[in-house]
Structures are given as structure tokens and as C-alpha cells.
Design a protein around this ligand. Sequence first.
Ligand SMILES: [Zn+2]
Length: 474
Amino acid sequence: MRGSIPGYLRPHVEGIEAYRREISLDLYLRSSGERTVGDRTIHGRYPELNDGRLFQTALEAGDLTYARALLSMFITSRLVDANDHLVAARLGTVVTYDGGEKVPIGRALAAWRAASTDDERRRIGTALVPGLEQLAAAQRQWLDEYGSIRAALRFRTQSELVSAVYGDVRAWLRHAETYLASTRDGFLREAAEWQRRDGRGRTTTFTAFPIRGVPLPAGAVASDSAVRRTAATWGFGAEAQRIPIDLVPRPGKLAGALCGRIDPPRDVRVTSQPTGDSFEYVLLLHEFGHGLHFTVGPDRPFDLFGDDQAITEGFGITFGTVASEPGWLREFAGVTFDDESLARMRFGDMLSARLQAIHVLYEYKVFSGAIDYEKEFVEIYRRETGIEISPHLALTRMLFFLGLQPFYALALYQAYGFRDALWQRLTEVGGPTWYANDRCHPLLADLFRTACERDLTGMFGTLNAPMPTAGAPR
Ligand SMILES: [Zn+2]
């Protein structure tokens, strides 16, 4: 963070910048598929940063954002083997379809998500079960390894670690609960309507929801051009020029997208891939939004160390939301969707916000003690989304962010609250189509910089908005 650096961190600022540069570059190259094997030598070069002592010092000083960032270094450095084992297990797990055809589990999962009929989804889903069960053994081993790394820091349970680095999270748990309860009936009604319209049964899985985008018509503007022109319209043309966008398909490329903050503000890169539907714009605007934040906000890499993930993701989600606006789609993507497509995209956004609340409650319950994590997973999805999710996806879901942050679901849920407050402010300054003019340039530039200095509470104050937990939920 920018500003006065605590005494215990001051001698390590350059080391932290060098370490982060190496980790971020390695992560970026693996995600873009340019590097297939991670560099195992990095962590050994920075023992003073990842032996757990600086983390303890930050914790004792009550500097929670630094504590979370240092915890991430500690955990990442110790998970190298466990991560490699999990990747190997995933590559080694093969699914056999009923016709005898064998495919790697990653491809089967992708085919299952893309299945267009209930029958096809059920057929692939049935074949997936033994593969997911086989993978579960490796996932549990990863969790055991994670547990012993946590125990080395003297945290018996994950909820103890979460309370230590996030403070009291009960207000947010209550907020998520109230949000789900107050929107449940309306959501379930609309979900049932989409399922009926799409001819899908109630037994379909979570991926049957229209959370992906609407297919792009021919003549749609390439996502990288659309995103660059958007940034230029906001007055960030020069900064946008410095951020490369990698859309090259490579075998080892990550399924999603990533913004690598390698040496911010100078070396920030985005890697993604064309999906051929409107989600491509959402994804790229989200990541490129991170790119602008990391390029405009900091003066040096350390300014981003200990950034509040809720704010950082809040920016990304806000800019991703722009891609569901008919005005943006028309002007920047050259696409006019019908009302049903726009409604589908809005429902997708509502579902995304709901899933964050679900994951906050689900994960915290699992973190707190011995419960049947598969049964709980199925029940909360059934209650809150009206669909039957496979219990075999519970572990995959839980492991998704755990190696990165102890409770990332919370940051993502908070990020939606931040998005709503930020959108309100942007609309006040730039009008309802703020994304199509440059009136928000000074505000955004200022917020990107302020985000390097403040936590979530501070940023809500900057926006003149109440903390969501202070009043009635959204
Ligand atoms: Zn993001």
C-alpha cells in the first residue's frame, strides 16, 4: 500500500517487489500456456518473506491487509508440491463414455458444461462420476496438505485463520443470509421460467443456467478492439496502449482469463480467449479493468501489495457489467441483442451475485467444523437456486480459490456490494451511459489511486456510500 510503511516491512519493500514480480510472471506464463511447468526455484530465494515470521508480525500489529498478502506468500511457497500432484492427478484422470470413448476429465467437464440437451448432459454427467471420485482422493490429499501448512501457523481450523486475517466476518455472513432470503422467491420464480423456456428439467445441473453469454452474431467487433476503444473513450487510451492482450490459443492455457500484475504500473498483461459469446466481452472488460487499475493506481509495485481483494475485484466486476449494457454493446461491440437476450444476461449477473452469497455461507460452514460437505453443498444449491448440483463438485468448488486466499468467496461477495456503490457514483457523474463518455475519467483515476491507500470501509467512504453491512441488504 502507498503511504507510511510499517517499520517491520520497510527493509523488505524491494524484496517483496522482486518476489511478487517472479511469482506473477510465473503465474501469468502458466495461465497463458506459454510455460507448462512452474518455476520451483523462486520461493527458495525469498525465505525471509515466506517463512511465516513476517506474517505473524503483521498479524500482531493488526495490519490485516498486509497479513493476508504475507499469508498468501507463505501458503503459495509451501503448496508447490501439493499443486503439482493435483495437476498430475487431473491430467491422469480419464473419463470413459458409454460408447467406450476415453477423454481427459478436463475435456469431459468442458463438454458437460457445453451440453445443449438434458440427455447429453446426463450421459456425460454419469460418465464423469467415477472420474470425479478418483480426483476427490487427490483433492482430499491437497486439503490435508493445506491443513498441515495452516497448522504450522497454529490455526486449528480454517475459520480460526479466517477470523484472524479478515477480522469479524459475522456481519457479512448475516448480510449474505438476509440477501438470499429476501431475494429467494423472486429468483426461484425467474430461474424456473428460464428453465421452462429453455426446455430444461429441474434435474439439470448448475451449468444448465444461462450464465454464459448469448452467442455473438457475425460482424461483432473483436473483443480486444472493443475493450481498447472503451478505455480510450474513458480517457485512458495511453495507459491502455501499454497493456498487451493475449488471445492466442495454446494447449496449456487457462480456461478463464487473468490479468498479470507483473511489475505494475509498467508491466501489466492480460490473457484471455475468445468464447464466441457475449461473455467474452464481460471477461475481457473485467480483466482489462484490472489492467487499468494496476496501471493507473500505483506509482511502484509495492503500492499494490496488500490491496483489498474486494476493491480490486469490485473494479473488475463493475467494468465486466458494462458489457451487459445495451448501449455499450451497440456502440462498442457493434451488437444489438433482443430483449430476451438482454434479460438472459441480466439474469446471469443476478445468478453470479447470488452464487457469491451461497459460497460465502457454504464455505464458512465447512470451515467451522465437521459437517457433511457434500450433503450441505447439494442442499444449499437446492434451496437457493432450485437446481440439483452434483455432490462431486463440492471439493472442486472449495479448492478453486483456497490456494490463493483463505476466504476469497467473501472478497467476491463484498466486491458485488462495492460494484453497486461504484456504479451509482459513476452514473451520478457520467450519466446512465457513463461508459460511453469520458466524464468519469477524473473520478476513476482518483479511485484507482485511492484503492492503493484504503481498505474497503475507506473506499465506501470515498464513494459516499454506506457499508452494505451497516443497513438493510441490497
Ligand atoms: Zn478479477
